[in-house]
Structures are given as C-alpha cells and as structure tokens.
Design a protein around this ligand. Structure first.
Ligand code: GLU
Length: 272
C-alpha cells in the first residue's frame, strides 16, 4: 500500500508532481494499492480550497487513488488514542518551554551534519523531567500542553532508503526529544504520520528527501506503537535554475500555471 500525502498549504508545484507520480508508479509496478491522505493539521496555513486544488491537480496529472480520502483533521481521535498509549508507556513528557526558550538555549551552533537549521532543534536533555517522574494525566489540561517523545539517547536508528541507501542517525545527537502533541490540541506531523502509516496499512512511503530526518523519529514512534516499518523511498527535491529548492512560492512552476499554459502532464513528468 502506497500513499500520496499532500499538505494543502498552497498550490502544488512540479516537484510535488514528480514525487507523487513516482509514488503512484511504484505502487502500480508492485500491483499495490494507493491511498490519499490530506495533511491538514497546520491550521494556520492549510485551506480547504488548496485541498480541492491538490486533488484536482493530481487527477489532471493522471494519478488515481482509492476512496475514501483520509483527512488528518478528521482523525484526531486516533492521534489522541496513540498519545494515550505513549503516555501509558511512559514515553512522553509535557513541555512548557517556548520556542524562544529553546532558541536561546541553543544559541551555540549545533554540529551534526544531520541537523540543519530548518530542522526541529535538539531539545536540551537537562530540561527533561526525570524518567521515573509520573507524567500528569492526559485530561483537558494535559491535552492543552506540548508533549515530547523522550528519545533513547545514544541509540542508533538505521534504515535502508530505496533511493539513498543506508541511513543512520543517533538519538540525542542528530535529533532530540521531539514534539508529538501541540498545545493547540493537535498532534505533531511526526505522530500523525506514524499513526496513519501504521493504521492505514502503508507498506511503502515515497516522499521528498527533506523528510529523511523525520523518518528516524517516525521509526521510533512506529516501534513504540508496536507497528511494522514501511519501506522508505525518498525522492531528490527539484530545484529552480538558481539551485533553490522548489517551494509553493514558485508560482511559475505550479501545476495550475503549467496546466493553464497548455502543458501536457506526460511531458511534465518526463522532463529531466
Ligand atoms: N505532507 C507532506 C508534504 O507535503 C508529506 C508528508 C509525508 O509524506 O509523510 O511535504
């Protein structure tokens, strides 16, 4: 079972098209199924019209997926249940530090090649509550704070990527205690993605290479939830003529613009 998981935060561009088409063609080649998941938990940036547009653009590209479409904002009960399991297992702790606290604590440059500036900062282990301190309950007050997954410091997480080959990261060095729940009452991307991949029976994840670092966190969550690992295939990101990674602001390469200018889907997908 493969999946397409657009975030409806803007119009899809050529880079998305290539990655999603790869996911679809790999599923087809394996005679597997393909599901559609809408990653709409970033309430400040997601808009329903972008969901509609993404489905339209992907259908225009010729991609086909199974119904029903799985919309993350309608699956909150599943994520709460998963958080409760992590909580019962003593794997999460509440965090009352702000982003600013974290930024100040980390003003010294962090030296891991796996940890570029745009990644979630490595949480200072000195801020963790002791491992044997019982966490507060997950009542309504509990669900209104940030929760972090306590990573097993020093443990090496490895997987073999279908495109990039063997990948390794060390917990506590390349990434730290990461957010699983946000105080606005929504799960983090990492938790929602792991829960969905597990519960929807995804066996191969095809997505952009910017998410390789997330894979290590999701593998820890899948293990904690007793779910099998899918295979991972991260696709290189498209860049513009200046070598800048394509983003939703590159309107000229949005599928909407390309479609309006008469471009044909097969040509867009075939070009190097
Ligand atoms: N929604 C994410 C994106 O559009 C992809 C998440 C995933 O494939 O796990 O970048």
């Amino acid at each position: 079972m493969g999946r397409l998981a657009p975030s409806p935060t803007g119009r899809l561009h050529l880079g998305h098209a290539r990655t999603f088409a790869l996911a679809a063609s790999r599923a087809r080649a394996a005679e597997g199924r393909l599901l559609m998941r809408i990653d709409d938990l970033d309430t400040a940036r997601c808009r329903p019209e972008f969901t509609r547009a993404a489905l339209e653009d992907l259908a225009w590209l010729g991609l086909r997926w199974e119904e029903p479409v799985h919309v993350q904002s309608r699956r909150l009960d599943r994520y709460r249940a998963a958080l409760a399991r992590l909580h019962a297992a003593g794997l999460v702790f509440p965090c009352h530090r702000s982003r600013k606290d974290l930024a100040e604590a980390l003003s010294a440059p962090h030296e891991s090649p796996l940890h570029p500036a745009d990644d979630e900062p490595v949480y200072p282990s000195a801020w963790r509550p002791p491992a044997d301190a019982p966490p507060p309950p997950l009542d309504s007050a509990g669900l209104a704070c940030n929760w972090r997954f306590r990573v097993p410091d020093g443990r090496e997480i490895t997987f073999v990527d279908g495109h990039y080959g063997p990948q390794t990261a060390v917990c506590g060095r390349d990434f730290g205690d990461f957010l699983v729940w946000r105080k606005d009452g929504f799960p983090s991307y990492q938790l929602a993605c792991a829960v969905d991949d597990a519960e929807l029976g995804v066996t191969e994840v095809v997505r952009g290479a910017d998410l390789i670092r997330s894979t290590f966190r999701q593998l820890l969550l899948l293990e904690a939830l007793g779910a099998p690992r899918p295979a991972y295939h991260h696709a290189p990101l498209l860049t513009d003529e200046n070598g800048v990674r394509l983003a939703k602001r590159h309107d000229a390469l949005s599928l909407a613009t390309l479609r309006a200018s008469g471009r044909h889907p097969a040509d867009l997908l075939a070009e190097p």
